[in-house]
Ligand binder design. Structure first.
Ligand code: MN
Length: 322
């Protein structure tokens, strides 16, 4: 897993284990759901982690798609050719493999090796998200996630913007027991900030826990709190509810999130890999149709018309040098 890793975790800032003082509440899993598998784009499989979960429990997030991990055979890798977005942000974190991005502003680039691309679609953009030629022809390992972050009404018409967050910009922290590394992509944990700039308060992190490790982090009481398992097995909360790969734990109210890695992991699986995420819900009406997320049905109709009329642009033909 090329997501950034550090051999000696003792060199990293430590997350002190929260003293569970009277009045401090460890968040309990109120629901554990299996992410259903579905097909996206040209027909690649994702696990859609928030599917069927009440949006109020995941806000300000809208969707979390887990791609892989999958070992593609030559000719097998597929992507999402030209399509529009308006009214929210897509945040793509690639742990293995290479995703090539192109858009209607003439922008493009590679997302790979633990990098995150934070795309504010805002008023509207057309883009494509495809595995590179190399992965299509030769095959290879592919593992990533795409998170959709809603925008408040005032920001839905913001000009499109990218943040290319290379892997070495993630803020690294270690658990108190030294058994877990946390890569903070956005938001704040124990006074440290991740590199992503967000429109509303959120925390987004990828943690790897060695077998038997415990990760305990303070979490703002007004944030939703979610734990999604990318790989491995463990437990969550004070009552140690089991969580496995492809499962989402929706946590209830409280101040502290605790994740434990099982002492025995499956063969070839060195860590429990989880995403820790949450934020302050945006308390506005949501009108959602495919790649458009607005506040009203009229705004959705307008988005469809604008896209059909070419007002979100189109991806320029291949550059001359290609
Ligand atoms: Mn897209």
């Amino acid at each position: 897993m090329p997501a950034v890793y550090v051999d000696d975790l003792s060199t990293l800032p430590k997350i002190p284990t929260a003293a569970i003082l009277p009045g401090v509440v460890e968040r309990r899993a109120v629901d554990i759901v299996d992410a259903p598998r579905m097909l996206e784009g040209e027909g690649f499989e994702v696990r859609r982690a928030f599917s069927g979960v009440d949006l109020r429990l995941v806000g300000p997030f809208l969707l979390l798609d887990h791609l892989g991990a999958v070992e593609y055979s030559p000719g097998e890798a597929k992507g999402a050719p030209d399509h529009p977005h308006r009214g929210f942000e897509t945040v793509t974190y690639m742990m293995d493999g290479e995703l090539e991005h192109r858009d209607s502003n003439g922008g493009g680039g590679l997302i790979t090796d633990g990098a995150t691309q934070w795309m504010t679609a805002g008023a509207g953009i057309v883009h494509s998200e495809m595995p590179t030629e190399k992965i299509v022809t030769k095959g290879g390992l592919f593992h990533g996630v795409q998170l959709w972050v809603n925008l408040p009404r005032a920001d839905k018409w913001a000009p499109p913007r990218y943040q290319d967050l290379e892997a070495d910009r993630a803020t690294l922290l270690a658990s108190e027991d030294g058994g877990a590394i946390v890569r903070l992509i956005a938001g704040e944990l124990v006074g440290q900030r991740g590199p992503g700039s967000t429109r509303t308060p959120i925390t987004y992190a990828h943690a790897s826990l060695s077998p038997g490790a415990r990760l305990q982090v303070p979490w703002p009481a007004h944030f939703n709190a979610l734990v999604y398992v990318l790989a491995g097995r463990g437990t969550v909360g004070p009552d140690r509810r089991p969580i496995n790969e492809g499962q989402l734990a929706v946590l209830g109210r409280g101040d502290v999130v605790t994740v434990f890695s099982d002492a025995k992991q499956d063969n070839g699986q060195p860590h429990l890999e989880v995403l820790l995420l949450g934020g302050s819900p945006i308390k506005e009406q949501v009108a959602w149709y495919g790649p458009f997320v607005m506040n009203t049905r009229d705004e959705i109709k307008q988005a469809i018309e604008d896209y059909r009329a070419g007002r979100m642009g189109s991806i320029p033909a291949k550059r001359l040098e290609e």
